[in-house]
Design a protein around this ligand. Structure first.
Ligand code: NDP
Length: 286
């Protein structure tokens, strides 16, 4: 009997708009590199189509899917269980389908944590997070669950910032403080890791969050969530002052690695996916 199979494992993404989302190219580069018999399909799913899309994925035996705007919270209604951090964050961007049961995960913060672990251990450290949107919330929860000692959340909108600080204080062992961002912000000198989790810098290499660059001190870790362009003004300023820097491209690639691990239990080569994204973004290779 032939060992050939014409049936691939299916994965993909449900979001809208989605034509600009390069995740499919990144994930399929890994599938090809590792000779995995799997496909990833980028699907434009409107808000009122989510229930049918999820039922369709289950009916077609998909291994799982990513979801993004506008489905990250709405998808919760269609799941059987939630991973611990996704339950605290209250949003899901990766769903694993096993034996017809759906488990919700959130890879935003986990992708960041995986990047961070290449330079430092979050245990006992003091973090400053600029921004209080979905990315900041996911990163804050993962840092707290990984043993961070203190988080300072800095945001323009006080309600969103206070909400994350309260979530961390109420649901995790870490401590969090909110500071309103009303003027140029000087990074407190006891901060070990600064993270830009705002959208400042997306598509604009010169845009800089309104912080005092001279408060970036030698030895600090400075991370940015912005994947494109990855060498943001903040990271360049931090590098010039002797900080260790982490870019958002690495965080994005790690999210792909984590999704594939969750769906198939296989660790893929992050460098293959990074190269694919660099080609798409037109970034010079490191
Ligand atoms: P949200 O829209 O949920 O949040 C945006 C945040 O940015 C808010 O806190 C907002 O502040 C803040 N902000 C926007 N403009 C400014 C400004 N001029 N000055 C100060 N703060 C500002 O977005 P997300 O959290 O979903 O995403 C944030 C960024 O993270 C995006 O650029 C996205 O591309 C990136 N991202 C990267 C990922 C990766 O894997 N690398 C994964 C997920 C996201 P306020 O509340 O006061 O309006």
């Amino acid at each position: 009997m032939s060992s050939q199979t014409f049936l691939a494992a299916l994965t993909g993404s449900f979001s809208t708009p989605c034509a600009d989302n390069p995740t499919v190219a990144m994930i399929e580069a890994a599938y090809r590199h590792h000779d995995m018999n799997a496909r990833y399909i980028n699907c434009d799913v409107k808000a009122d189509g989510l229930a049918d899309a999820v039922r369709g994925a289950v009916a077609m035996g998909w291994a799982g899917f990513n979801c993004s705007i506008p489905h990250k919270v709405a998808v919760l209604a269609h799941l059987d269980t939630l991973a611990d951090s996704a339950a605290i964050i209250g949003a899901v961007n990766c769903v694993v389908i096993r034996d017809g049961r759906l488990t919700g995960e959130n890879t935003d913060g986990k992708g960041f944590l995986e990047s961070l672990s290449s330079v430092t251990d979050p245990k006992g450290k003091s973090f400053c997070l600029l921004g209080a949107g979905g990315a900041a919330r996911a990163i804050a929860v993962e840092l707290a669950l990984a043993g961070a000692r203190h988080l300072t959340i800095v945001n323009r909108d006080p309600a969103r910032g206070q909400d994350i600080a309260t979530l961390i204080n109420d649901r995790t062992a870490a401590e969090a403080t909110f500071l309103p961002w009303t003027e140029r912000f000087a990074i407190p000198q006891d901060i070990d890791v600064l993270i830009n989790a705002t959208s400042v810098g997306l598509g604009d290499a010169e845009a800089m969050p309104d912080i005092d660059p001279d408060s970036l001190r030698d030895g600090m870790v400075v991370a940015d969530v912005i994947p494109n362009p990855p060498r943001t003004a903040l990271l360049r300023a931090a590098h010039d002052r002797g900080c260790t820097t982490l870019d958002g491209l690495g965080m994005l690639v790690n999210q792909g690695v984590i999704s594939i691990r969750l769906w198939f239990g296989q660790d893929v080569d992050a460098a293959v996916m990074a190269r694919q994204l660099q080609d798409i973004f037109g970034v010079a290779k490191a």
